[in-house]
Design a binder for this molecule. Structure first.
Ligand code: ZN
Length: 283
């Protein structure tokens, strides 16, 4: 039996990415023209062409201004989940801040016509050992799964020894499933292959063979991309060489790479993949 893999899109504008924070302060966001539609049209088109479904983790800020995109995703049969309100890091928000950030985003998504979200992805993988208390809050608010832990070694985020496959997280408020973005073990160390700059930087064949490896073990992959990664013509920010590389490398490769994956493997949203794999009980 083939495996249903998970694919997700964190719905945010190119100017909301943590990597370019210094260039685009929050106070300026409303004044910058939106380029969301460019990426979203390409993503929805590719998913439809290959009969795939996905999870769209919306920022509340986006859902408030573009409820039409929440609608489009729902009408196409995709899952709509929460990426928090406006991309604050969990350690900056603190427990009370996370609680109100989640609540605000839930309200906005429901107002846009979506069901109350059951999945969450924190801004910039800021769910770490230090912010693991967020799991209690998610469980209490009825979330069924989280996809915010990155089991890699990274200077600011990640839990390097965390289980790389879906696993049960027990909290005093109830249980939920953690579905980390896929990594690949190379020389005993986990490397991110499920998305971000690496997805565009590594050879496409390496990404596909990583998914095939998981499939051979009967385990679902978890990939993540952003609408701005499908928009190579976006305005260039003046930033450091490292940050520019991370943001702009291989932007013209994202769409063909996604298409190649969708052609080879079967992709659905995270909740559906977790139900299919047996990590989440079917509702
Ligand atoms: Zn994000």
């Amino acid at each position: 039996m083939s495996v249903l893999h998970a694919i997700s899109f964190d719905v945010e504008e190119y100017y909301q990415v943590a990597n370019l924070r210094q260039n685009f302060p929050k106070a300026d966001w409303d004044a910058i023209p939106s380029r969301l539609s460019i990426g979203m049209e390409r993503i929805l088109g590719a998913l439809e062409k290959h009969n795939a479904r996905a999870t769209f983790f919306f920022l509340g800020w986006i859902a408030e201004r573009h409820p039409d995109w929440v609608q489009r995703c729902l009408e196409a049969g995709h899952e709509v989940a929460s990426h928090g309100y406006d991309h604050d890091f969990l350690w900056d928000l603190g427990p009370e801040g996370v609680e109100s950030d989640l609540e605000r985003t839930e309200q906005v998504l429901v107002a846009a016509g979506a069901p109350k979200p059951t999945g969450f992805r924190a801004s910039t993988f800021t769910l770490t050992r230090e912010t693991f208390w967020a799991m209690d809050i998610l469980a209490r608010r009825g979330y069924r799964y989280d996809s915010s832990v990155h089991p890699v070694r990274h200077p600011t985020y990640g839990i390097r020894d965390f289980e790389p496959s879906p696993s049960l997280v027990k909290t005093k408020e109830g249980d939920l499933v953690e579905f980390p973005v896929s990594t690949r073990k190379i020389f005993g160390r986990n490397f991110p292959v499920g998305g971000g700059g690496y997805f565009r930087l590594y050879p496409g064949a390496l990404i596909r063979s990583s998914v095939a490896n998981l499939e051979a073990r009967g385990r679902p992959a978890c990939l993540y991309l952003h609408p701005w990664e499908f928009d190579p013509e976006q305005p260039r920010a003046k930033t450091s060489a490292t940050k520019a590389f991370r943001h702009y490398v291989g932007l013209n490769k994202t769409l063909p790479r996604l298409e190649a994956l969708l052609a080879q493997f079967q992709f659905v949203g995270l909740e559906e993949a977790l139900e299919e794999s047996g990590d989440l009980r079917r509702r």
